[in-house]
Ligand binder design. Structure first.
Ligand code: PMV
Length: 344
C-alpha cells in the first residue's frame, strides 16, 4: 500500500548561462536555477483515473482513465506530466494493487490507483524558465514519494530527461538537471553525463525578457540544418562554445565578472553565427553593453525569451533602465536556487 495519500513538491525554473545549442551536441554548458518555482500537488484517488489541473499551462479539469495514459490526443500542457507518469509506472512496479510488470496490462487491469495532479507556477510560462522540465521533475519526485520508490536525484534526472526526449524528441537535459539539482551547474550530456554543482555564493545576474516566445524545438532544428550544410564550420563553433564554457566556469568560481562578461560577449558572437540572435534580443544586449555591462548574451534557444547581462554594481540600475528602454522587461529573480524538494 502507498503510505501517503497526498504530497506537495516544488522545483525551480532555470536559465542557461553559457553553452546553448552546443550542449545538444555534447559540449558543456553552465546553467543556474532561478528562485521562482513550479509547485505540484499529487493526490491518490480511489478510481483508476488521471486528473490534471495545470492552469498556467492552459489545462483545466483534464481527466482520463489510467488505461488511456499516454494515448490519444494529449493537450500540449499535459504532455510532460502524463508521459512522466507513464514512464514512472512503466519502470517502477510499485503500486497498491499488485505488481504485474507489464505497464499496459497493469493500467488496463486497474492495477494502479488514480492520481490527481495540480500545478501552479510562480513564473509565466512565456519567460522560457522551463515549466515543462520543472513539472516533469516534480511529477517524478511526487510519484517517488507517494509510492515509496525512493528515487535518487540521479534517477529522477534520468527519467525526467527520458520523458522530455519522449515528448519533444530533442534536448540536452540541462533544464531537467537544473530543476532536479538546483544551484549553478556545469552540465554536459556527453558519455555518462556530467552534472557538477558549482559552489557559488552569489551571482549578480541581470535578466531581461524580450516579450517574444522562443520555439526551442524549431530553433534546434534550424541550427541542425545549418550544421548539415556547413558541418565543419558549425562543429567548430560548437567546440569554441565549449571552450568558452570551460573558461567561464573558472571566471564564475573566482567571481571574476569582468572576464565572465567578456566570455558572454564571445558566446553571443558565436550564437549570432548560428543564426539565433533575434533583433529584439540584440537591441537589449547592445543596450546593456552600452550602459556599462561587462557583457551580455541571449539565454536559451534564442530569437526570443530572455537575455542576461552581468555588470559592475554601480552600473546595474543603468543597465536595467537601458534594457527597459530597448523594449525589454527586467525580470527580478535570484539565481542559484535550490532544486526539487518536498514542500508538505
Ligand atoms: O529555450 P530553452 O531555454 O529551453 O533553451 C534551449 C537550449 C538549447 O541548447 C537550444 C536546447 C537544449 O535542450 O539544450
Amino acid at each position: 500500500m502507498a503510505n501517503l495519500t497526498q504530497i506537495i513538491v516544488s522545483a525551480p525554473g532555470k536559465l542557461m548561462l553559457l553553452g546553448e545549442h552546443a550542449v545538444v551536441y555534447n559540449r558543456p554548458s553552465l546553467v543556474t536555477a532561478v528562485d521562482q518555482r513550479l509547485t505540484l500537488k499529487a493526490e491518490t484517488l480511489e478510481n483508476s483515473v488521471f486528473e490534471l489541473n495545470a492552469k498556467d499551462a492552459g489545462v483545466t479539469n483534464y481527466s482520463k482513465p489510467l488505461s488511456e495514459l499516454g494515448k490519444g490526443d494529449i493537450p500540449k500542457g499535459a504532455k510532460f506530466v502524463e508521459r512522466a507518469m507513464y514512464n514512472f509506472f512503466a519502470r517502477h512496479p510499485q503500486s497498491n494493487r499488485g505488481s504485474i510488470n507489464n505497464i499496459d496490462s497493469r493500467l488496463r487491469g486497474n492495477d494502479i490507483i488514480g492520481i490527481r495532479i495540480t500545478t501552479k507556477s510562480d513564473f509565466s510560462p512565456l519567460f522560457g524558465f522551463g515549466s515543462s522540465s520543472a513539472s516533469t521533475v516534480c511529477t517524478l519526485k511526487a510519484l517517488s514519494e507517494l509510492f515509496n520508490a525512493k528515487l535518487s536525484c540521479r534517477q529522477i534526472f534520468e527519467l525526467s530527461f527520458q520523458t522530455v526526449l519522449d515528448v519533444q524528441g530533442t534536448g540536452s537535459g540541462f533544464d531537467v538537471a537544473a530543476a532536479t539539482y538546483g544551484g549553478t551547474l556545469y552540465y554536459s550530456k556527453a558519455g555518462s553525463k556530467t552534472i557538477k554543482p558549482l559552489n557559488l555564493k552569489h551571482l549578480p545576474l541581470i535578466i531581461g525578457y524580450s516579450g517574444i516566445k522562443a520555439d526551442t524545438v524549431t530553433l534546434v532544428k534550424q541550427v541542425a540544418e545549418k550544421a548539415k550544410k556547413y558541418p565543419n564550420v558549425i562543429e567548430n563553433i560548437y567546440s569554441q562554445i565549449g571552450y568558452l564554457v570551460d573558461l567561464a566556469k573558472k571566471a564564475l568560481l573566482k567571481e571574476d565578472y569582468q572576464t565572465l562578461g567578456e566570455l558572454m560577449d564571445l558566446n553571443q558572437g558565436l550564437l549570432v553565427s548560428l543564426g539565433v540572435e533575434g533583433k529584439k534580443l540584440a537591441d537589449m544586449i547592445y543596450a546593456a553593453r552600452e550602459a556599462g555591462a561587462y557583457g551580455a548574451k541571449l539565454s536559451g534557444a534564442g530569437i526570443g525569451d530572455c537575455m542576461i547581462a552581468i555588470a559592475p554594481a554601480n552600473k546595474v540600475s543603468g543597465v536595467k533602465k537601458a534594457i527597459t528602454k530597448a523594449g525589454g522587461k527586467v525580470v527580478n529573480v535570484k539565481v542559484n536556487a535550490p532544486g526539487v524538494r518536498i514542500e508538505k
